[in-house]
Design a protein around this ligand. Sequence first.
Ligand SMILES: [Zn+2]
Length: 162
Amino acid sequence: MNHFFCSEKPGYIRTRTFVIVIAIIFAVVCVGGWYAYRTYERKLEETKKLLQTETDKYTEILSEKNKILNEKQSMQNELNFWETTAVICTPEGKKYHHYGCGHLEGRGGYIFNIEYAKSLGYTPCLDCCKSIDWDNIEKKAKLMDEQQRQQQREDFAKVNGK
Ligand SMILES: [Zn+2]
């Protein structure tokens, strides 16, 4: 019975086989690890590029948005100026009006400042002048301005990562 198992290979061959197997396993693990690392690195590079592209796009959109907001603010300021300063008088009428008043439909008129219209004897139209709350318009404009500034500060902080 014992003699039968003596056909096993000698000890040094088994040791050598063991070492070779370990070396192969080690090599496979190394190659696999290297490949995984390369794949990871490539993916990281791609992600970085994508992130940069998206960041550039975001920055561009943000600057476009700020430009539009500035234009809007400038138009708002101009509108506030005309709304608080200018009135429209018709040659035949006794009232001064604001842009869009129904009494002006189909009629020509002069654009005066309010003080000048008053000095000429014009009085405020009860339909379009009483509904305008100047204090409120001023307050709203200031609030909008403040909100816009706050938004710009936040956007700037976002882009600069602070
Ligand atoms: Zn009117």
